[in-house]
Design a protein around this ligand. Structure first.
Ligand SMILES: *Cc1c(COP(=O)(O)O)cnc(C)c1O
Length: 362
C-alpha cells in the first residue's frame, strides 16, 4: 500500500536486539520468532537480516515457512502451530521443517504418514496457557512414543512449553509453570525450550536450551512498567508521516470527528497524514505523544482514517511547515508508549503498521 505515511525498518536494530537476547541468555540457542510477517517488519527481509545471528527461525504456520523457503532461507525453521493435515506433513518433509506437536490428531496424522522422512519435532506441554499442548502427565509416555516412532528423528526431539504471564513479574503463575514443566520432564533426556521475550528478560530460570525471542527483537519491552531502554533494546520500526496543513485555532474551536477536543485557549495545530488506515491506533486519545522537528508534542482530538491533528504551540521559534516529517513511533517515541496510550500492546501496532509499504534504513 502506497501512502504518505511509511514505516522504515532498521536492520542494525534487529541485529542488535537479537544479540541482546543472546547476551542475556548466554548459554541458550536462539529461535528468532518471525511469525506474522516478522511482527510487521517483513518476514523474508528480517530472516535475511538475522540469518547469521539466529540459530533458527520460528513461524506460526506452514504457509509462512513455505514463503521463507521459497525466498531461499535455508536455516532451520520451527512451525509453532505444527501440521494440521497430511499435506502439511508432506510439505514439512519436503522443506525440512521442524514441527510442534501439541495434540492427538497430529499424532495420528504422523502415524498415517507413508513417506520416508523422519520428522524433527518439538513436543509441546501445556503448563497453564491452555491453548496448545498436552497435559504434563502425558509428557513422559508421549516422549517415549515419539522417540521410538518410525517417522520421527529421535535425536531431534525438544520439549517445549509456553509462559502465559511472564510479562507480570510479580505474579506467581510463571514460577508454577516452570515447576510443572520441570516435574513433567524430570526423567526425560532432551533439550528444552520455554522462554518468550518476557521469559528471557525477566525469568532466568526459563532460559533452558532454546530461547524464543519475538517482541524484543523488534525493540519493544515486554513489560508494561519497564522501558525498552532498561534492556538496551532499539527501535526496529519507525512510523513517519508528513505535516500537510497548519492552522491557528481559537479558544473554543473543536478538532476532528465528534468535536471531542475543544481548544482551552488559542492553539496553533498541524495536520499529519497518518491515521488508522496506516496502522496508527484509532483509540489513541488526546495527549498521545508525537515527535516532530526535534521535540515531543501531542495528539489533539480523534484519530481519523488518514489524518491526525497535533498541538503546534511549542514551535513558535521555528514554526512547523508542510512537508516536515513527524515520527509517530520509533527512536524518539517508543511504540510501547503509543500502545499504552491507546490501551493496547506494541505487538498489535507493529503487525498492523507492517501492512504499509516499508523502506530499509540502517
Ligand atoms: C509468538 C511466540 C513467541 C514469541 O513471543 P514474544 O512475546 O513476542 O517474545 C514465543 N513462543 C511462542 C510459542 C510463540 O507463539
Amino acid at each position: 500500500m502506497k501512502r504518505s505515511a511509511r514505516i522504515t525498518i532498521h536492520p542494525q536494530a534487529l541485529q542488535h536486539n537479537l544479540n541482546r537476547a543472546k547476551e542475556v541468555a548466554v548459554t541458550s540457542k536462539a529461535l528468532a520468532v518471525i511469525k506474522a510477517n516478522a511482527y510487521g517488519h517483513g518476514a523474508i527481509s528480517t530472516a535475511g537480516i538475522l540469518y547469521d545471528i539466529a540459530d533458527a527461525f520460528a513461524v506460526s504456520c506452514i504457509n509462512e515457512a513455505v514463503e521463507l523457503r521459497e525466498a531461499g532461507i535455508d536455516k532451520a525453521i520451527t512451525v509453532l502451530q505444527g501440521h494440521q493435515n497430511s499435506s502439511d506433513l508432506r510439505i514439512a518433509a519436503q522443506l525440512d521443517l521442524r514441527l510442534v506437536v501439541h495434540n492427538d490428531s497430529q499424532l495420528s496424522e504422523l502415524n498415517h504418514y507413508t513417506g520416508k522422512h523422519r520428522f524433527q519435532l518439538n513436543l509441546k506441554i501445556d503448563t497453564g496457557m491452555h491453548r496448545l499442548g498436552f497435559h504434563p502427565s502425558r509428557a513422559y509416555s508421549l516422549f517415549n512414543h515419539l522417540k521410538q516412532h518410525s517417522q520421527v528423528n529421535p535425536e531431534s526431539l525438544i520439549l517445549m512449553t509456553h509462559l502465559c504471564c511472564a510479562d507480570e513479574l510479580d505474579k506467581k503463575t510463571t514460577a508454577l509453570q516452570l515447576n510443572d514443566f520441570k516435574q513433567s520432564c524430570e526423567n526425560i533426556n532432551a533439550p528444552q525450550s520455554i522462554a518468550n521475550s518476557a521469559g528471557i528478560l525477566g525469568w532466568p530460570d526459563s532460559h533452558a536450551n532454546w530461547i524464543r525471542p519475538g517482541i524484543m527483537l523488534y525493540g519493544s519491552s515486554p513489560f508494561t512498567l519497564k522501558d525498552r531502554s532498561e534492556y538496551d533494546l532499539k527501535a526496529a520500526m519507525i512510523l513517519n508521516a508528513p505535516v500537510i496543513a497548519i492552522h491557528d485555532l481559537k479558544k473554543g474551536d473543536c478538532i476532528g470527528y465528534g468535536s471531542s477536543y475543544q481548544c482551552p485557549k488559542d492553539i496553533p495545530v498541524a495536520v499529519i497524514a497518518c491515521g488508522y488506515a496506516d496502522g496508527y491506533p484509532r483509540h489513541a486519545p488526546s495527549g498521545t505523544p508525537v515527535w516532530v522537528n526535534g521535540k515531543e508534542t501531542q495528539l489533539l482530538g480523534r484519530v481519523s482514517m488518514d489524518m491526525i491533528v497535533i498541538d503546534a504551540s511549542d514551535y513558535t521559534d521555528s514554526p512547523l511547515k508542510s512537508g516536515d516529517m513527524a515520527e509517530l513511533w520509533g527512536q524518539n517515541i517508543s511504540v510501547d508508549r503509543i500502545a499504552k496510550s491507546a490501551e493496547t500492546i506494541a505487538y498489535e501496532l507493529l503487525c498492523n503498521a507492517g501492512n504499509l509499504c516499508s523502506e530499509m534504513g540502517n
